[in-house]
Design a protein around this ligand. Structure first.
Ligand code: CA
Ligand code: CA
Ligand code: CA
Length: 647
């Protein structure tokens, strides 16, 4: 099926009667071969058979993988000229033809996995750690020369410790693995399999509350039930000795907001989320010792960091105390592992979560940009302009860096608490919106997060269970497919399973893969700063530069600094082009990114901005369909919902 599709598209070039310049044809074939090889490895065995048989033909001599670097320079030099348009030109920016430049730091692309619904290794319908190991090659195969994997280089596992619930955000033992998911030995194996692939692994750290079935809470509750005469929990040595766990939680003998009645007693306990999740007393030094012990335990097992659950609830409505506690937590974890990565979940506006960066915690999720009403979805739906997206990023960068210069933004589009986009992007352009939204997330600076299944355009909204549906590897009865949460409603997915999407070059999956590869190709995307370029923008077109100088002094000709007009005044205030500047670490010191969220193709004269210089090159593009961007001199033609990256 794969081969038929590709050759029929190739055939259409001839039928359309376009001038068949020999060089272009051979370039097209080289790209075709790369695509086929990539897709063949990706999909089922019979497809790779096809790819092999093609590479046995005479084509391989001028189109082998070894030619890819030549091909790349041809593409850079000639992208957009020669009148290549439509399907055949799609392959010019094929994911396989760019050399990766992956830096080993905290600016990663992270894949969020809900183990329960990911992959089931033993046939009980529940995903497990061995299932994650089995599917690691899907996330990252550890081989930079292949593009058959997603290319994410960090994994965040939602809670894996024993818990009475399917979601496991209420823990009964912080230093164990839930038997549904496997064993500590499985976990150790997962850690080493990740590290072998240069994938870091972070785990959820749920510190606001435990399960009400945690032994700490059970001990405290039992003590109160057995001592009805107790009317006050004063810090007497006798009581602290008799039941230290009374001080692990917040008990009150009066009803209060956010408190639940403790059955069989006259006591109330703080439980902000639900009676099954009693809030911990984070002021208690014994609790802090437990926490330090827990983080040390997982660091000793090799985790690279933690995702902090529900940090605004540590001390409800008290940011000062939240920051103080996170400062302690950050210092504690980093004294145990200096380069640990920590990202906090503060589900609130930028104006509030920005303050939390004062704690020294590396990252907080960019809630401002996520979800149905966030910046990303609004731009994808054309409710706001792509220029406003660039401005929002630039504003956020200024705000966050003013609090902590070494902040690392943590953009994401959806997560396990949010409706998935396929449910709310509807109508004629819905698939384009799903793709564009994915790219807008992955084009942000920092450590970008992708929620499992987002890359397939999975659906799920309403009850939380629906947002955590089984990963759509293939049909529901296939080996390894999970059953999903018991109370999940029945609904049909909008887009096909991975199995079908893998072999379709225009699928959401292949689009995401290319967007992730873009991050892995140009380090400046995740690490640089953002300068909106109003001179090239209008209601539909948003242009911005992502730029960064590592180790370049301001005397260097390549140093980039902007004035208020967006002109580069890097060297002694002299205006000079930005594009083409080189950086020792990033290679490309600056990229111009153009986004078109109009319903039609647009033309942009890049010469309207001084930073473009005289020889811009189209170096990467993300397209929602067969139409591609082309660059003729400084005239860029960009398709509907297209993204062009110029260097
Ligand atoms: Ca299982
Ligand atoms: Ca790879
Ligand atoms: Ca709390």
């Amino acid at each position: 099926m794969m081969r038929k599709k590709i050759f029929s598209r190739f055939g259409s070039l001839n039928k359309s009667g376009r001038k068949a310049n020999t060089r272009i044809v051979s370039l097209g074939m080289a790209a075709l071969l790369l695509t086929m090889t990539a897709c063949g490895q990706n999909a089922a065995g019979d497809l790779s058979g096809n790819a092999d048989s093609v590479s046995d033909t005479s084509l391989s001599s001028d189109a082998g993988v070894s030619a890819s670097s030549d091909l790349r320079s041809d593409v850079d030099a000639d992208a957009g000229i020669g009148g290549i348009t439509g399907a055949d030109a799609f392959n010019l920016d094929d994911v396989a033809d760019k050399e990766l430049n992956i830096l080993d730091d905290k600016y990663r692309t992270t894949y969020e996995i809900f183990v329960y619904s990911f992959y089931d290794s033993d046939g009980d319908g529940i995903g497990d750690l061995r299932g994650v190991i089995d599917k690691l090659d899907y996330v990252n195969d550890g081989d930079d020369s292949t593009s058959t994997d997603l290319g994410c280089n960090e994994i965040w596992l939602m809670p894996i410790s024993p818990s009475p619930t399917y979601h496991k955000y209420d823990i009964t033992d912080y230093k164990e693995i839930d038997p549904e998911y496997g064993t500590l030995e499985d976990f150790d194996e997962l850690v080493s399999a990740c590290h072998k692939r240069k994938v870091s692994l972070i785990i959820d750290l749920v510190l606001n509350h435990t399960s009400n079935e945690h032994p700490w809470f059970k001990e405290a509750a039992n003590y109160l039930r057995e001592h009805p005469e107790l009317t006050e929990i004063g810090k007497t040595p006798e009581l602290m000795d008799a039941c230290p766990y009374l001080y692990y939680y917040n008990f009150s003998n009066e009803p209060q907001t956010g408190y639940e009645k403790l059955a069989g007693t006259n006591w109330y306990y703080e439980a902000r989320f639900w009676s099954g999740m009693p809030d911990l007393n984070l002021d208690n030094d014994m609790v802090k010792e437990e926490i330090a012990d827990i983080t040390q335990f997982w660091i000793d097992r090799g985790v690279d960091g933690f995702r902090l659950d529900a940090v605004t609830s540590y001390y409800t409505d008290n940011d000062t105390s939240n920051i103080e506690f996170m400062t302690w937590l950050n210092d504690t974890i980093k004294s145990q592992k200096e380069d640990a990565y920590i990202v906090g979940e503060a589900w609130t506006a930028l104006s509030r979560y920005s303050k939390y960066y004062a704690s020294g915690v590396d990252s907080f999720f960019a809630f401002e940009f996520s979800g149905t009403e966030g910046v990303i979805a609004s731009v994808a739906r054309s409710k706001r302009s792509p220029l406003s997206y660039a401005k929002a990023i630039s504003d956020a960068e200024k705000e966050l860096s003013s609090v902590n210069e070494s902040y690392i933004d943590a953009p994401f589009f959806t997560n396990h608490d949010m409706a998935r986009a396929a449910g709310y992007f509807v109508g004629r352009s819905s698939e384009k919106m799903v793709k564009l939204a994915g790219a807008l997330n992955l084009l942000m600076g920092g450590n970008a997060f992708v929620y499992y299944g987002e890359e397939l355009g999975m659906k799920g909204s309403g009850k939380d269970e629906n947002k955590r549906a089984p990963m759509q590897w293939e049909s529901a009865d296939a080996t390894g497919m999970c059953q999903g949460p018991k109370d999940m409603e029945k609904f049909d997915m909008t887009y096909p399973s991975l199995m079908e999407q893998a072999s379709d070059p225009y699928s959401i999956y292949n689009y995401y893969k290319k967007a992730i590869r873009l991050r892995n190709t140009y380090p400046v995307i995740a690490r640089g700063k953002t300068q909106p370029v109003e001179a090239l923008s209008d209601d539909d077109i948003g242009a911005f530069v992502r730029y960064g100088n590592t180790g370049l002094s301001s005397d260097s000709n390549d140093y980039i600094a902007f004035d208020e007009n967006g002109d580069n005044i890097g060297v002694d205030g002299v205006i000079s082009p930005v594009l083409g500047a080189k950086d020792p670490l990033y290679k490309e010191a600056a990229l111009l990114i153009i986004i078109n969220n109009a319903d039609e193709a647009k033309t942009v004269d890049l010469g309207k901005w001084s930073g473009t210089g005289s020889s811009p090159k189209l170096s990467y593009q993300l397209n929602v369909g067969e139409e591609v961007s082309t660059l003729d001199g400084t005239s860029l033609s960009i398709p509907s919902y297209g993204i062009a990256v110029i260097k």
